[in-house]
Design a protein around this ligand. Structure first.
Ligand SMILES: Cc1cc2nc3c(=O)[nH]c(=O)nc-3n(C[C@H](O)[C@H](O)[C@H](O)COP(=O)(O)OP(=O)(O)OC[C@H]3O[C@@H](n4cnc5c(N)ncnc54)[C@H](O)[C@@H]3O)c2cc1C
Length: 294
């Protein structure tokens, strides 16, 4: 089947990969290069939104964890780390699939993949090309205009616009890259009013962050950057002398629930919020099943 995937972030490229592996004739149409997408801003810890307990989130998370655990992709490595939360909630069901999980109230410690997203996305784009997928750089204005047997709408925030879906909102996130002093653990602190995270990738550490619903620009704020660095140095004192390398902003495509369904010759797959790196492979499997009539 001739399939066009609209979107060249982590979700679109993962879908293109699985569809090409399944034998389809795939084209990716994207407005931006992989390194200029929201996906390339993500800190890259592989775990789902802790509060989102649902069967499909569990399934997609398990697929993502397995895929990245066995991955030979550059930019991907396994690290132990800690998630701190003030929410009093039962242990999320996905956590039971993690073999080395230690947990106490407000604290989960486990090994997962951390993904240096720009490096990983470049590799993924090369893998997709090696599978015979063509990439066209242009903006799609209407899904109806796309010449293909089947269209996969994996365009993140743009996907919501293409589908006329007003339930998706951008949630801005700013991160600061600092030099990695050799950290061996990641940490995400969701126990304070503002979420902070420190995610080491070898040469640099992604420090964050912010959650800014309704934000529509990606211009970094120097004051916010300074506050992020301060918070992360408090959380991980080993960062005290780490030099600042740069700062980035991305707009997470938040939807009350991820949209993954088929409507005629269009399969929609967007709205992954703050967990698209984690969930992309699992969603790509479901998109491929829908394409094949499942
Ligand atoms: C600060 C921050 C930290 C994050 N940390 C994590 C994390 O640790 N773990 C995790 O799992 N997730 C994380 N995320 C979330 C993750 O980045 C997103 O869920 C994910 O990037 C969404 O991927 P996507 O492919 O749907 O969208 P995008 O990456 O935005 O890609 C959309 C693609 O569609 C294209 N496009 C859009 N409209 C059109 C159009 N009309 N025509 C043609 N092309 C179009 C764009 O050019 C782009 O190629 C984080 C996000 C941010 C901002």
């Amino acid at each position: 089947m001739r399939i066009t995937v609209v979107g060249g972030g982590v979700v679109g490229l993962s879908c293109a990969h699985r569809l090409a592996e399944a034998g389809h004739d795939v084209t990716v149409v994207t407005a931006a290069k992989p390194g200029d997408t929201t996906s390339a801003v993500a800190g890259g810890v592989i775990f789902p939104p802790v509060s989102a307990n649902s069967d499909r989130i569990d399934r997609w998370t398990a697929t993502g964890l397995a895929e990245f655990r066995d991955s030979a992709a550059p930019g991907v490595r396994l690290l132990r780390g800690t998630f701190l939360t003030s929410r009093v909630a039962p242990l999320p069901s996905w956590a039971f699939s993690i073999p080395d999980l230690d947990h106490s109230p407000g604290r989960l410690t486990f090994t997962t993949a951390v993904v240096d997203t720009p490096v990983y996305l470049d590799w993924l784009a090369e893998r997709v090309a090696a599978l015979g997928v063509r990439t066209e750089y242009r903006v799609v204005s209407r899904l109806d205009d796309v010449d293909a047997d089947l269209v996969v709408n994996a365009a993140g925030l743009g996907g919501a616009r293409l589908a006329g879906d007003s339930t998706v909102i951008p949630v801005g996130g700013q991160v600061v890259h600092v030099a990695d002093p050799g950290l061996t653990e990641w940490i995400v602190d969701d126990s304070s009013p503002v979420l902070s995270h420190v995610i080491p990738h070898g040469r640099h550490v992604v420090c964050g962050g912010t959650q800014e619903p309704g934000r529509d620009d990606v211009v970094p704020d120097p004051g916010v950057a300074a506050d992020i660095v301060r918070r992360c140095r408090e959380l991980v004192p080993a960062l005290a002398d780490a030099s600042v390398l740069g700062t980035k902003v991305g707009l997470r495509p938040f939807r009350p629930e991820i949209r993954l369904d088929r409507d005629g010759r269009v399969i929609h797959c967007y709205g992954h919020g703050g967990a698209g790196i984690t969930l992309a492979w699992g969603c790509a499997d479901d998109v491929t099943d829908l394409a094949d009539g499942g």
